[in-house]
Design a protein around this ligand. Structure first.
Ligand SMILES: Cc1ncc(COP(=O)(O)O)c(C=O)c1O
Length: 383
């Protein structure tokens, strides 16, 4: 090529969890049987949507209008509905104009880092959800910049680590929060969120909060939305229907911009994100038509509560089994449907092997609810 074709940052693009598929294929080619599982898709995990939700979608599919283009930013009535839902939290107030739809949060994540100045960084949690960390790293052409989630303190963020990294790295312009978190299942306590807001305020940063699991909490815990804690700090909440409906195949998620009026730079950034969608002509229409009908139906709350209870039972089951193993650092989860469990220092010896076969003999694995990955230092479970 006349000039270097591939940007430096492209080497940072990786999705570790999916990389394991390539390894599995190599092992299969050597003649070993592989048990294929899926990645965070509740439908693949045998979750059934209630009939009434499917009926709403089926009725929409029968209407001619569902097949046309719609505004790239999203259908106005749906944005009105969502803005109203956020405003009911009695925190930051938004208008439909502060909402922009994306083709799933995967698309939103790819876009949000793309338009940040190359030298500016968004610091995110570690262990990381690699869609965020690798998109951010690819934008900067450097490895991800992270703050520590502490396995010895319920996977809560190490706020001192975050503060120091923000303080001594003037390139940090934003902090990422994933609440509830993937891959740890941790739910950020209210005080922790408030402290992160304070740090953002002190250093004039903006916040990104991935809230795709915000309504998936259980066993007595609820997650506080960014809208409730953000005060007057600029921020973006990312929400979607992939997990809580769940309808991951709809490719439908959205961003909510908070406090655009408080900072002109941030406002221009939000405008750029909107513009990036404008050039894509249209957004995913059918799921947007369905959102107010489903989320606005009184049956939805009941359905979600019941589903959360079931997830909570599985979380407890895992806690009862793995929480008693002295060789593991285990934290019970209260949100999302993942857990990250690490082996205590000195437990693993170089000659040791962990086989999936042993793990699959556990009764709670046989019903197809849980998937395990052998990792260097621990396990990542999706239940
Ligand atoms: C934290 C988090 N954000 C975003 C996504 C992707 O969401 P979507 O299906 O809307 O692209 C996932 C999927 O697992 C996730 O765990």
């Amino acid at each position: 090529m006349r000039q270097q074709l591939l940007s430096e940052g492209a080497s940072e693009l990786s999705y570790e969890i999916r990389e394991i598929v390539k390894k599995a294929e190599q092992i299969r080619n050597l003649g070993k049987e592989i048990y294929w599982e899926n990645i965070g898709d509740p439908i693949q995990k045998n979750h059934q949507l209630p009939e009434w939700i499917k009926q709403i979608i089926a009725n929409l599919a029968l209407q001619n209008e569902s097949y046309s283009y719609c505004p790239s930013k999203g259908i106005l009535d749906t944005r009105k509905f969502l803005a109203e839902q956020t405003n009911q939290l009695k925190g930051v107030q938004i208008t439909p104009d502060d909402i922009c739809f994306f083709n799933g949060l995967g698309d939103a994540i790819a876009k949000v880092y793309q338009y940040i100045t190359l030298t500016s960084r968004v610091i995110g949690p570690s262990p990381a959800y690699s869609t965020h960390s690798s998109a951010e790293a690819a934008h900067a052409g450097h490895e991800p910049l992270t703050y520590k989630l502490d396995p010895n303190n319920k996977w809560y963020p190490d706020l001192e680590d975050l503060y120091n990294k923000v303080k001594y790295n003037p390139n940090v312009v934003g902090i990422l929060i994933i609440n509830p978190d993937n891959p740890t299942g941790m739910v950020y306590p209210y005080e922790t969120l408030k402290r992160i807001v304070e740090i953002a305020k002190e250093f004039k940063l903006f916040l990104i909060c991935d809230e795709i699991y915000i309504n998936i909490t259980y066993n007595g815990v609820r997650a506080y939305s960014l809208a409730e804690v953000i005060d007057d700090v600029p921020g973006i909440s990312m929400k979607g229907i992939s997990k809580e409906l769940p309808w991951p195949g709809a490719r439908c998620g959205w961003m909510e911009y908070y406090n655009r009026d408080k900072d002109n730079d941030f406002n221009r950034f939000c405008q750029a994100l909107d513009n990036a969608k404008m050039i894509e002509v249209c957004s995913t229409k059918l799921p947007q038509l369905a959102i107010p009908k489903i989320l606005g139906d009184p049956r939805f709350k009941i359905y979600r509560e019941e589903t959360n209870r079931n997830i909570g039972k599985r979380s407890k089951m895992i806690a009862d089994i793995l929480g008693t193993v002295p060789e593991l650092t285990f934290n019970e989860t209260f949100g999302a449907f993942y857990n990250t469990i690490i082996f205590r220092e000195g437990t693993l010896k170089p000659e040791q092997k962990l086989t999936l076969k042993i793990l699959r003999s556990e009764p709670w694995l046989n019903n197809g609810l849980i998937r395990t990955f052998p990792m260097i230092k621990g396990l990542y479970i999706i239940f």
